[in-house]
Design a protein around this ligand. Structure first.
Ligand SMILES: [Cu+2]
Length: 158
């Protein structure tokens, strides 16, 4: 019963997020059907992957994203005590995303892999992707807002 209710809430949120992303995209960039791809997108733009930046807001403004697009996570590797280490995790579901619970999460990139040209992740599958920083037991995800959701769309027009 709880699972069923949760699945319904998930679906509503996914639909709402997709709709919002499309509306925002239409205002600020060409309609999706005119966009050639696949695209390479730097997560957070010039801000990169850092603490205290709303990646949920960023994803809504810069979406929609498509299957086979590449997300690039850029963050400095820990070189001294002044650098705050980050990482990239894929959370298993919406519940873990909302609560920043890293149990069962898959590490995509460790603290050093965001250096240089950054860590690249290709959105290979048509499924919801819940990204988060895994540092400090979810604190970067919750307090630092280092999380966002992507439901890659299929590219019907090429
Ligand atoms: Cu972090």
């Amino acid at each position: 019963m709880g699972g069923f209710t949760f699945a319904k809430i998930s679906l509503i949120l996914i639909v709402a997020a997709s709709t919002l992303a499309v509306c925002t995209a239409n205002k600020e960039s060409p309609p999706p059907k005119y966009r050639q791809g696949p695209n390479k997108i730097i997560v957070g733009g010039s801000e990169g992957w850092r603490f205290n930046f709303s990646y949920t807001g960023w994803a809504l403004k810069n979406g929609p994203f498509y299957v086979n697009d590449t997300l690039v996570f850029k963050y400095d590797p820990p070189t001294d005590n002044t650098t705050i280490p980050h990482s990239v995790y894929l959370l298993p579901n919406l519940r873990s995303f909302l609560t920043c619970n890293l149990t069962g999460a898959q590490m995509l990139a460790n603290v050093t892999q965001g250096g240089g040209e950054g860590f690249e992740f290709v959105l290979k599958r048509w499924k919801p992707h819940y990204f988060a920083c895994g540092q400090h037991d979810g604190i970067h995800c919750s307090v630092g807002q280092m999380k966002f959701f992507v439901m890659p769309m299929l590219r019907w027009f090429r």
